[in-house]
Write a protein that binds this ligand. Structure first.
Ligand SMILES: *Cc1c(COP(=O)(O)O)cnc(C)c1O
Length: 362
C-alpha cells in the first residue's frame, strides 16, 4: 500500500502521462462546462463530436496522414482485429502473408485458420524463441496483404525498419508502439492498436485504414464486423467507447503539445531505452533476451542469473516503488515496459535500483 504514485513499468494496461490523468480528474464532474461528466454525455452531442473529431485530427497531424486515411475507434481490442482482417480482406481465392514474431502474431494467424482462409507464413523467428525480427523476407507478389506485429510486447523485439513488400499493403499490429515514433505510412494499408499500452485505457482499439482497403471490404459481413460501418459513421454507428476516445484525445494532445510531436517522442524513447540497455550490457548480473538489432524501445526484457533471483528482484523492486517488472507469464524473467508515458526519472530510478540489487546479490 502506498499513498504515492509509483514508477509504473506495466506492460498493459500501463502508465499514462500524469498531466493527462490530472486533466481527466479536473474535468471529470463537469466536462467542458456541460455540467456533466464525459461518462454521462451523449455520444450524439456536440460535446462528444468535438472530442472524437479532435482525436482524429490530432492522429492525422501526428502521423502526417493524407486524406486517403480514416481514423476509426472500435471495441474488441486488438484481438478482434485478428479476425476482422481476414474476414474483411480475404475473398475465396485470396491469400495473405503473415510474419510470425511471437505470441500476438501467432494469435493473429490462429484466427485466419479458424476462418478457414488461405495464408502463408512468409517468415518466422520461432526457431530462436522469437528473439529476433526476421530479415530479407520474400513476400508473395499476389498476397492480399502482409501482416506484421511492429513491436513484440512479450519477447521485447521491434522492427526498426519495415520490410519492402513491393506494393502489397502491410496491415500492422502496433498495439505496443503506435505513436512512439514517426511512420512512413505509404507502406501501410492499415495499422491498429489496442489503446491500453501506449494510448489510453483498455476497451478501445484505434484503426487507421487506407481508402483502397475500405473498397475491398466484404459487403456480406454483419455491420459491426465491417470496417466500412465505422468509416461511414465516424465510428458512431453504435455507441463508441466514449471515455477511451476522450483519453486518447488527451494523450495525443500531450504528445503534440507537451512532447513536441513524434520525432521528439522518438528521441525521448531512444534515450530512455539506451540508458537501460547500456546499463544491462555493461553489467554481468543481467542479460537481455532479444538480439541486439531487434531490441524493442518499448519493452526491455531481461533475465537475472536464476529464477529465484528474478523473483526476489521483482518483489524488492515493488517495495521500492518500481512496479510491473515481471515478465509475461508465458516467458518468465523480467520486463520493463517504457512506453511514451514512462519518464526518464523512472528509468534512472530503475537503473539505480538494478545496480544496487546486482551488487547485493552477486
Ligand atoms: C496487448 C497486445 C495485444 C492484445 O490486445 P487486446 O486489446 O487485449 O486484444 C495484441 N497485440 C499486441 C502487440 C499487444 O501488445
Amino acid at each position: 500500500m502506498t499513498d504515492e504514485r509509483i514508477f509504473n513499468f506495466n506492460a498493459g494496461p500501463s502508465a499514462l502521462p500524469l498531466k493527462v490523468l490530472q486533466e481527466i480528474q479536473g474535468s471529470f464532474l463537469n466536462f467542458a462546462g456541460s455540467g456533466m461528466s464525459i461518462t454521462e454525455i451523449s455520444h450524439r452531442s456536440g460535446y462528444f463530436d468535438d472530442v472524437i473529431n479532435d482525436a482524429v485530427d490530432r492522429a492525422k497531424r501526428l502521423l502526417k496522414l493524407d486524406d486517403r486515411f480514416h481514423v476509426l475507434f472500435l471495441q474488441g481490442g486488438a484481438s478482434l482485429q485478428f479476425a476482422m482482417m481476414p474476414m474483411n480482406f480475404l475473398k475465396e481465392d485470396d491469400s495473405a502473408d503473415y510474419v510470425n514474431t511471437g505470441t500476438w502474431s501467432t494469435k493473429a494467424i490462429k484466427e485466419v485458420q479458424i476462418l478457414n482462409k488461405n495464408y502463408r507464413v512468409a517468415a518466422s523467428s520461432e526457431d530462436k524463441d522469437f528473439s529476433y525480427i526476421p530479415k530479407d523476407i520474400k513476400f508473395s507478389a499476389d498476397a492480399a496483404y502482409v501482416h506484421l506485429t511492429s513491436n513484440n510486447t512479450i519477447k521485447g523485439t521491434q522492427y526498426h525498419q519495415f520490410p519492402d513488400t513491393e506494393g502489397v499493403p502491410i496491415l500492422c499490429d502496433m498495439s505496443s508502439d503506435i505513436f512512439s515514433r514517426p511512420l512512413d505510412m505509404d507502406k501501410f494499408g492499415m495499422i491498429y492498436a489496442g489503446a491500453q499500452k501506449n494510448l489510453g485505457p483498455s476497451g478501445t482499439c484505434m484503426v487507421i485504414i487506407r481508402r483502397d482497403m475500405l473498397d475491398r471490404v466484404d459487403k456480406t459481413l454483419p455491420s459491426m464486423l465491417k470496417y466500412t460501418t465505422y468509416s461511414s459513421k465516424n465510428s458512431m454507428y453504435n455507441t463508441p467507447p466514449c471515455f477511451g476516445i476522450y483519453t486518447i484525445d488527451l494523450v495525443l494532445k500531450w504528445i503534440e503539445e507537451e512532447m513536441g510531436g513524434l520525432e521528439e517522442m522518438e528521441t525521448y524513447n531512444i534515450k530512455k531505452a539506451d540508458i537501460l540497455y547500456d546499463f544491462i550490457d555493461s553489467n554481468t548480473f543481467y542479460r537481455t533476451t532479444a538480439e541486439k538489432y531487434s531490441r524493442s524501445l518499448m519493452n526491455v526484457t531481461f533475465r537475472c542469473p536464476t529464477a529465484d533471483l528474478e523473483k526476489k528482484f521483482i518483489i524488492t523492486a515493488t517495495e521500492k516503488g518500481l512496479g510491473g517488472l515481471k515478465g509475461h507469464r508465458s516467458v518468465g524473467g523480467c520486463r520493463a515496459s517504457i512506453y511514451n508515458a514512462a519518464t526518464m526519472e523512472g528509468v534512472n530510478a530503475l537503473v539505480e535500483f538494478m545496480d544496487v540489487f546486482a551488487k547485493e546479490n552477486s
